[in-house]
Design a protein around this ligand. Structure first.
Ligand SMILES: [Zn+2]
Length: 149
């Protein structure tokens, strides 16, 4: 089983990082690794969730955060009830801290090769569009990009 699906990488640096982590057998989003990865800042932690910036934010975003559960599962619905409920605590922290008036949420559940995901450990994207940019267009949650397209 692989932790990373390189077919969906969006950045050459990201691809390199995915290869490095896969070779080391490190899941970047498992709590100990997330806490010890200097490039992956930890902004906040609740009982069951970590808040961290997406190091490879989507184009057209002014802020792109990830909410990562402390348990390694591939589907949000495989989290225990306490973790599911605690999601709202983490999301509230994000909205309050960043004073968000709007944002989009997205999660990919199941095998990355079918969802457009890159890492098996499920996480929720909090996407804030860069509306002050004159070129702004509403952010579209990209489902999939196949290699070579
Ligand atoms: Zn993990």
């Amino acid at each position: 089983m692989t932790l990373y699906y390189t077919g969906n990488h969006r950045d050459p640096g990201q691809l390199e990082e995915m290869h490095r982590l896969e070779r080391s057998g490190i899941c970047l989003f498992c709590p100990d690794n997330l806490a010890n990865e200097p490039e992956q800042r930890l902004l906040h932690r609740t009982s069951w969730w970590s808040v961290t910036p997406n190091r490879y934010p989507y184009a057209g975003t002014q802020n792109h955060l990830l909410l990562v559960p402390t348990i390694h599962v591939a589907d949000l619905l495989d989290l225990p009830t306490e973790a599911r409920n605690d999601f709202w605590t983490a999301l509230s922290w994000v909205r309050d801290t960043f004073e968000l008036e709007f944002y989009g949420l997205g999660a990919r559940c199941g095998p990355c090769e079918y969802t457009g995901g890159t890492i098996e450990h499920v996480h929720v994207h909090v996407i804030v569009g860069a509306v002050t940019d004159p070129e702004h267009q509403p952010v579209r949650f990209k489902l999939s990009s196949r290699p070579g397209r």
